[in-house]
Design a binder for this molecule. Structure first.
Ligand code: CJ6
Length: 157
């Protein structure tokens, strides 16, 4: 398998979480956090902050990003391992704005649109929303079916 590292950022307030509707590319028409590929010459946290700015115009300091999950995705019959580093922050500047990539929207925690998100989100979001640190791996068949998964709470990342 060949591993590719991606970022995923969630911006949270006491009552809401910021999600973006992906307008093109991988995961199009799904709500998700903000993120993308990590460039060769950048640290993962720098890549995360860069993608957040590019995708919804929000500014965060990398020192305010908390790494809260490490998710790995494999796909039946395919050599790719998606290594997704998930970050969260409640400190940010700016107002989320629509870009070519994403339409941002604040969601109350009880209204998260799981039917229009990746299937794995139903599994690991509850841990994130409870402030847990997790490692999770999900083995997919295609992009809609989880064949099996493992999730574990961590004391530290
Ligand atoms: C740049 N992006 C960040 C988010 N990411 C994923 C993937 C995912 N499941 C995998 C079956 C696809 N689930 C969530 N929530 N995010 C993929 C890469």
């Amino acid at each position: 398998l060949f591993k590719k590292v991606y970022t995923l950022i969630f911006v949270r307030t006491e009552n809401q979480i910021l999600l973006g509707l992906k307008k093109r590319g991988f995961g199009v028409n799904k709500w998700n956090g903000f993120g993308g590929k990590v460039e060769q010459n950048e640290l993962i946290v720098d890549g995360a902050a860069r993608e957040l700015k590019e995708e919804c115009c929000l500014d965060v300091k990398t020192s305010d990003l908390k790494n809260i999950a490490h998710l790995e995705f494999t796909f039946e019959g395919e050599p790719l391992l998606m290594d997704v580093r998930v970050f969260s922050t409640n400190i940010f500047e700016g107002t989320p704005a629509e870009t070519e990539e994403m339409s941002p929207k604040w969601f109350n925690y009880e209204d998260i649109p799981f039917n229009d998100m990746w299937p794995d989100d139903r599994v690991w979001f509850p841990y994130m929303l409870k402030g847990k640190l997790i490692y999770g791996r999900f083995h997919y068949k295609g992009l809609d079916t989880i064949l099996d998964y493992k999730i574990q709470e961590l004391e530290s990342m």
